[in-house]
Design a binder for this molecule. Sequence first.
Ligand SMILES: [Zn+2]
Length: 140
Amino acid sequence: MHHLRSTSAVVRFRFAALLWLVICLLAPVAAGLLVQSVLADNFGLTLAGAGLAVVGVGLFIAQWAAGARTDCPLCWTPVLAPKACMKHRRAKTFLGSHRLRVALAILFQNQFRCPYCNESTALELPNSLHRPPNRWAQLD
Ligand SMILES: [Zn+2]
């Protein structure tokens, strides 16, 4: 199992995964509100649906920026960004989405399996990076 190299990378992976999960939940709600508002001819629902859609677009841009720097430590392909690269033949999906499966695994299992190289990565630092800050002082 591979590991990420820094604490900031772990935070970046979790942030991008959380944004992608919120977008996946927000998009159907906004679309449903807009369709319901058209069917019910309710201007208040139209405003709510349009507001959620605008928030969703903003979150999508933020996720696009954060997801571009979520590189797999083995193959260096961003796992939470849209890529047209070929996926591994054994890569699994969740509801037809590789990115949603990776996001859910990051948030709930603290690890993910890269859809491009099919290697698993833990969202924790390797043991070699857990050194005390003043280890040279302990040698004296
Ligand atoms: Zn990979």
